[in-house]
Design a protein around this ligand. Structure first.
Ligand code: 5AD
Ligand code: SF4
Length: 432
């Protein structure tokens, strides 16, 4: 979502004469779009600001001003504390106020003081942002839902992104059509809790995510749809059915389970058991037998025993994932889990993470290996590293490279998979 937000901010600022530069030394305006989900991500902001302070100093010595803005969830969570800790910062703007960036930048310049904007304004951010500029790629993100009211006890999202909010179907359709007109062929619908989507539909009734997918699938030229990230509790029957019936919906699903131990799941306030998750996967696979799954898992949640960690490994053994993201539990300010007494030592977390990651690597390699010899439809996105090569994605989000003419960019082409590496597949296009 931060990638999407950064694009929208870039577009909003280009209307005010700004253009992107690859070199921070050339920048009159530096925006750090930040993430607060784990401590490591949040701390990175301050080390980056140290570097930017030096650049700002050097530019000032040669007579150039630099406005430094910190935006995103760290901005939302820490507010004026950021300016206190890093006086180089001129502007702190939370995720609900991006549409006000041009005005706030002009104000910090003219008033020559730092400004902090972390309100959740009444008016709708998306309505205030300018229309999408023509896209530069074949695939695009599209935020359909923001915020979350699930309140998992480890997670800062409900505090930084606020309560659930769904954009209207008309608004989303308009943006999707603009993307497709600009050459986009695949759209990934985004939301912190995307399958909780419930937006106002064209006939005045509320649309579910499945309704939205069916609606967007009618857009000519849009070849592929994906969505992320989902909560197991919101995998409704109509969404499961859509996986079987909607040809444009890719057979890939990111569905975090966080822990395989029921006691930990309850302490996390996930509102489901390990068995319920596994049964749910069974129902989705019944609707779409081709489905590949990815997930998020946390190791070392407060109180997690070795046996409970083993329960997490058991879910991997039983489900079989094509990919997974795993994290050491990171205590976040203001969340209930941060206050639990039985925090796990970092060495134990690191050891569990390493063991889990070797399981994940094996499962990912196994999944890739099973693709060898199959012809997979690949949407080519960009030139590869070698001349004459293109890179695209399989339905399962694997990166695939093949020798292919540039004219195949933006097209879905069957590619016979011949080999796999840790992060990609290689294939051959058979003459038609
Ligand atoms: N510590 C570690 N991982 C976390 N995640 C969210 N909050 C934390 C935390 N406090 C992980 C979850 C979530 C993913 C986006 O980040 O697995 O699904
Ligand atoms: Fe955070 Fe996801 Fe839980 Fe919402 S559902 S609180 S975003 S982990």
């Amino acid at each position: 979502m931060n990638v999407y937000d950064s694009e929208r901010m870039t577009e909003a600022l280009s209307a005010h004469g700004y253009a992107e530069t690859g070199a921070v030394e050339d920048a009159d305006l530096v925006i750090l779009n930040t993430c607060h989900i784990r401590e490591k991500a949040a701390e990175k902001v301050y080390s980056d600001l140290g570097r930017i302070r030096q650049v700002k100093g050097a530019r000032a010595a040669s007579g150039s001003d630099t406005v430094v803005a910190v935006v995103g969830c760290v901005a939302q969570a820490e507010g004026s504390e950021i300016v206190r800790r890093a006086p180089v910062v001129d502007l702190v703007v939370g995720p609900q106020s991006y549409h006000r960036l041009p005005e706030l930048i002009a104000r910090t310049r003219s008033e020559n003081r730092s400004l902090v904007e972390t309100e959740f304004p009444e008016e709708e951010k998306f309505a205030r942002l300018p229309q999408r500029a023509p896209s530069r790629g074949v695939t695009a993100f599209l935020t359909v839902q923001e915020g979350c009211d699930k309140f998992c006890t480890f997670c800062v999202v409900p505090y930084t992104r606020g309560m659930e909010y769904s954009r209207s179907v008309a608004d989303i359709e308009h943006e999707a059509r603009a993307l497709v007109a600009g050459g986009v062929r695949e759209v990934t619908l985004l939301g912190q809790n995307v399958n909780g989507y419930h937006g106002a539909g064209p006939e005045g009734r509320s649309y579910s995510l499945a309704d939205l997918i069916r609606h967007l699938a009618q857009i000519d030229g849009l070849e592929r749809l994906r969505y992320t990230t989902s909560h197991p509790r919101d995998m409704s029957d109509d969404l499961i059915a859509a996986h079987g019936t909607e040809k444009k919906l890719m057979p890939y699903l990111h569905l975090p389970f966080q822990s395989g131990a029921d006691r930990i799941l309850a302490a996390m306030n996930r509102k489901h058991t390990a068995r319920e998750y596994i049964d749910l996967v069974g129902r989705i696979r019944a609707a779409q037998p081709e489905l590949a799954l990815s997930t998020d898992v946390i190791v070392g949640f407060p109180g997690e025993t070795e046996a409970e960690f083993a329960d997490t490994l058991s879910v991997f053994a039983e489900v079989g994932f094509a990919a997974a993201y795993s994290f050491k539990y990171s205590p976040r300010p203001g969340t209930p889990a941060e206050k639990l007494s039985d925090q796990i030592p970092d060495e134990v977390k690191a050891d569990r993470l390493a063991r889990l990651q070797s399981v994940i690597e094996r499962q990912q390699a196994l999944f890739s290996q099973r693709c060898v010899g199959r012809a997979l439809p690949v949407l080519f996105e960009k030139p590869g590293r070698r001349p004459g090569q293109l890179i695209g994605r399989s339905p399962y989000l694997q990166s695939v490279h093949a020798k292919a003419p540039a004219g195949m960019l933006g097209r879905v082409v069957p590619v016979e998979i011949s080999a796999f590496g840790p992060n990609s597949l290689a294939g051959v296009i058979r003459p038609e």
